[in-house]
Ligand binder design. Sequence first.
Ligand code: G6P
Length: 605
Amino acid sequence: MCGIVAAVARQNCVPVLIEGLRKLEYRGYDSAGLAVLNPGLNRLRSVGRVAELAVQAAGVEAEIGIAHTRWATHGVPSERNAHPHISGGLAVVHNGIIENFAELRAELSAAGYVFQSDTDTEAIAHLLQHTLKAEPDLFAAVRKSMARLSGAYAIAVLKEGERRLIVARHGAPLLLGVTEQGSYAASDASALLQVTRSMVYLEDGDVAELSRDGYRIVTADGHPALRSVTESLLSADAVELGHYRHYMQKEIFEQPEALGNTLEMLGGAGALSPNFFGAEAPRVFDGVRSVLILACGTSYHAGLVARYWIEQIAGLPCSVEIASEYRYRQSVADADTLVVAISQSGETADTLAAVKHAKAQGMLRTLTLCNVPESALIREAALKFLTRAGPEIGVASTKAFTTQLAALALLTLVLAKGRQRLSAADEQTHLAALRHLPVAVKKVLQLEPEIERWARRFANKHHALFLGRGHHYPIALEGALKLKEISYIHAEGYPAGELKHGPLALVDKDMPVVSVAPNDALLEKLKSNLQEVQARGGELYVFADRDSAVEASEGVHVLRLPEHYGLLSPVLHVVPLQLLSYHVALVKGTDVDKPRNLAKSVTVE
Ligand code: G6P
């Protein structure tokens, strides 16, 4: 979703702005732009890739500037709607949504301001210009204007004649980078690693003034705010592509290492401990009577897998809710429910609002599983668990998903142990399986060449069906989501038992049916479902285990994973589905890492 980079430096900052935008490309966008002072206001915008903006910006030099990648919400992707938006000598970039923009637009139009775009952002630019009439200090004018804005946003502002930038956040991410050469701001740390590792995370309501000599921050009510400087642990290499063709491919292949990092604490631990989830965890977990998981997208699928685990192993009722539904639904609150938010970015607006909604209803036992330290969701919950997958740049989530599953398996086992439902022997068996997980995933990755061959047969299809049962049903959902996200083939995931209640009507020779068929208790049931497909001329692609009793035949293609992995089998079985989508997208020639219309970090509702 929209990305912001801003800089005020002792030397030309245009290369930093462009490189910062490149690093934010993964968030998803459809147009890009920048505004600099040299010394007058100079704005460049383009629909399409940052590379095109870079061509326009070649030769432009300035020591102060703001830049933006836009993911369209109000108004189509076009140069006219691309940021920055201007009012007089003032320019604004913005991430988020201004909910009262229609009201502001009417008011400002009546006051004589002429809107050039369809965006909500332009209302901020005119509002600021209007406020400056009574309050000529830019910093004070931004603070005053913020009181008029409702919604979630982060903004950066510059103005002709000023040697400073003003940035502010309320519900959308923004951080500062501090160096001797200047001050910077961006939507996430990856954009600023090129200049510094020292980051200052702004809090909601903060307004900051940036100059080349430093910065100052005040809270919403105008008090000076002391925000600590955090040294980013992100390695600059972690966001480089290396020898891979795409970030998605790199991230699929990084899964063994990512899982190893997420489960690192198990190396030295002889036993499971609630303290894996923080020092407060024993108190928060004690007396928990049920679990409520809140998430969106792929993270929601991780939650669906965990429901099977938590009910079966920990014996706790578990519900999994799509955050955007839960936040507006009138549900029945229970203070003894453990509320678990799952999010790779930690900034998903709906998940954040859902957790706040749960807390407002008295559910204070909250835990966030997240891949980004210092994110809004990490700060919102009583407990946190970092998945340590490393930066995930590909929009389609892969290593973030499998590390979420690892974290959820750990949570399940810790809850089960706390409830005396885990024998000492079972605890050791599960611990050994978790420790072995990176090796097991590595073996699955070796299936890539065969999956690549299968992928060629999918590229000319328009629809596909993914089937699974039990805790592999959410894996079928995830496989379908991956395929539709990056190859634009319409795909649906179904519990195999539901096949005859609708989707069977769609099955013919042009509809590939992918089946997740591990060697578990439901295999025989699943095989009956597969026969239903075969009998209707459907082409089956079956991901079985080494010892699953499923044989290849006419119209039935079988690939076998090296071992059956019990509880953690979903972690292994999602990997070939990720590879399948990746290779189908390659054959189709789509933009694998930046699929059309999608965003990595969904900071609007
Ligand atoms: C977007 C991303 C998905 C992600 C979902 C939820 O749709 O493209 O990959 O699963 O948001 O995001 P979260 O950061 O909360 O996991």
